[in-house]
Ligand binder design. Structure first.
Ligand code: MN
Length: 489
């Protein structure tokens, strides 16, 4: 479901050097773009060695206009006087990365003379270029190092994925079935402000329309989906009727989402009028296909889930809707247990999930809903929460270390992930609560805190990172200062 995206490589120069030098710059820029395209997740397309205000303005105008262009990467092999960049940069609407690199890796001892110096002057060309972006207060990523270095390529790759997250965000449409759970605060938010900042179109559809769509699903269509379930999961229940009902829900919801171009949805157990089961397996399956989901009407976490999935590998990375449920507070082995009443994405699973059916006491569930049950993978991950502070959005990201759940919990009827928050569980909880982080999060093994920092910068929203180095004292001060800064901004 991912669109084709590419990035544009714009090299800065000027006419002063003569055509011979410009030809070399052009050939090298082409070579670099081709070599990088071969290893990066998206093509880096060399566009121009720009030498004038007109050329720069023209290419940026086109970058803004082209939907497939997810961002621009600039570099100055030679010196590019940056007043000629002002008009272009001031109109740039796409993510912007300044790659401060140079063609050669070493200073050639014998070869170096004044001609060499005139051709290879990125060290000061990129400083002139950096000044104007700083002067214009441009949100941008700066990556310095040789273009063949592994770490430069890894950082550029991460930035590209974050920039694709920006493109996906700006086109995001969320389908809401029912409103937010009654009385809950953190799942609320200013939809107009969110659309202005992040581009999300958040709108509601009647549960009755979903029921109508479900009634139109045929037994043959359900049969086909049932054989897919049998291939992908262990069926650990005799209640086939309940699984078939979830298949009906999956087909109907996917149909409505695709018809409206929505990449994310939310629902609530308090509004299932005309439905026999809260979608469990159905929502899990849709998440596995890259759709975002948020429980209890949480449209913010739903859209964020879809965005993080798009930022992961192949547009459906290991990211899913999550909720902090309960703690294991035994000294020396403190963990959070995350789950949801049904809806945990199987992209987080360590092994092949199994389908179970159980009674669900909460909400209006006439029948026992089917759901996928599994343990989450071990490994480094993050949890992400977007909250509305009133007048602005705050994105909170916490580093976590997921473990194989230390207990089998045989009577727990839902998928579960166990982790230790950074810097340690209780300090991490103190920091999270101080920052106002929600109980709902997106948990991701694929997307890093650095990528979310890039995304937040490009979206122009507040970013708070809780890491192994965070202390509650430093965080309290940071939150206080940011609150003032964002009010002035
Ligand atoms: Mn919940």
């Amino acid at each position: 479901m991912m669109k084709k995206y590419e990035f544009w490589f714009i090299v800065g120069s000027q006419s002063l050097y003569g055509q011979d030098v410009l030809d070399i710059v052009d050939a090298r820029a082409r070579e670099m773009a081709e070599a990088l395209s071969a290893v990066l997740p998206f093509p880096l397309v060399y566009k121009v060695t720009a030498k004038s205000n007109e050329e720069i303005s023209a290419i940026i105008k086109e970058a803004n206009y082209r939907d497939e262009c997810a961002g621009v990467v600039t570099w100055c092999h030679t010196f590019s006087p940056s007043k000629m960049w002002i008009n272009g940069l001031a109109s740039l609407q796409k993510p912007y990365c300044h790659l401060a690199t140079q063609y050669n890796v070493e200073i050639p001892n014998d070869e170096i003379d004044m001609d060499f110096m005139n051709l290879n002057q990125a060290a000061h060309g990129d400083r002139e270029h950096g000044f104007i972006a700083a002067r214009l207060r441009m949100p941008r990523k700066v990556i310095a190092g040789h273009w063949k270095s592994k770490s430069v390529r890894a950082r550029l790759s991460d930035w590209m994925k974050a920039a694709v997250g920006v493109a996906v965000s700006r086109g995001m449409k969320v389908m809401r079935f029912g409103d937010n759970m009654r009385e809950v605060a953190v799942t609320e938010g200013d939809k107009v402000e969110v659309q202005k900042k992040l581009g999300w179109q958040v709108n509601t559809w009647a549960v009755g329309d979903l029921v109508k769509e479900m009634n139109a699903v045929t037994e043959t269509e359900i049969d086909a989906l049932m054989s897919e379930y049998e291939r992908e999961y262990d069926i650990a229940t005799d209640n086939t009727e309940s699984i078939r009902y979830q298949a009906r829900e999956e087909i109907a919801m996917k149909r409505m989402l695709d018809r409206e171009g929505c990449k994310a949805f939310s629902n609530t157990f308090q509004d299932l009028y005309g439905m026999e089961q809260l979608p469990g397996l159905a929502s899990q399956r849709l998440m596995a296909q890259g759709y975002g989901y948020g429980g209890e009407g949480d449209w913010k976490v739903s859209a964020m889930t879809a965005i993080l999935k798009a930022m992961g590998e192949n547009g459906n990375g290991a990211s899913g809707f999550m909720e902090d449920y309960t703690y294991h507070l035994v000294e020396g082995q403190e963990y959070s247990l995350g789950a949801h009443m049904l809806e945990v994405c199987p992209s987080l699973a360590a092994d092949r999930p199994r389908i179970e059916t159980h009674h669900l006491g909460i909400g209006m569930n006439a029948k026992d809903p089917a759901r996928l049950v599994f343990e989450g993978k071990a490994g480094s991950a993050i949890v992400v929460s977007l909250i509305d502070m009133g007048g602005r959005l705050r994105l909170i990201v916490q580093d976590i270390e997921a473990v194989k759940p230390i207990l089998p919990m045989p009577n727990l009827p839902v998928a579960r992930v166990m982790w230790r928050a950074m810097p340690d569980l209780t300090t991490g909880v103190e920091c999270w609560i101080m920052a106002g982080g929600a109980h709902h999060t997106v948990l991701s093994y694929d997307v890093s805190a650095g990528m979310m920092r890039d995304w937040a910068r490009m979206m122009d929203i507040e970013f708070v990172h809780i890491s192994k180095d965070t202390t509650p004292e430093k965080l309290e001060e940071e939150l206080f200062l940011k609150d003032i800064a964002w009010k002035l901004k």
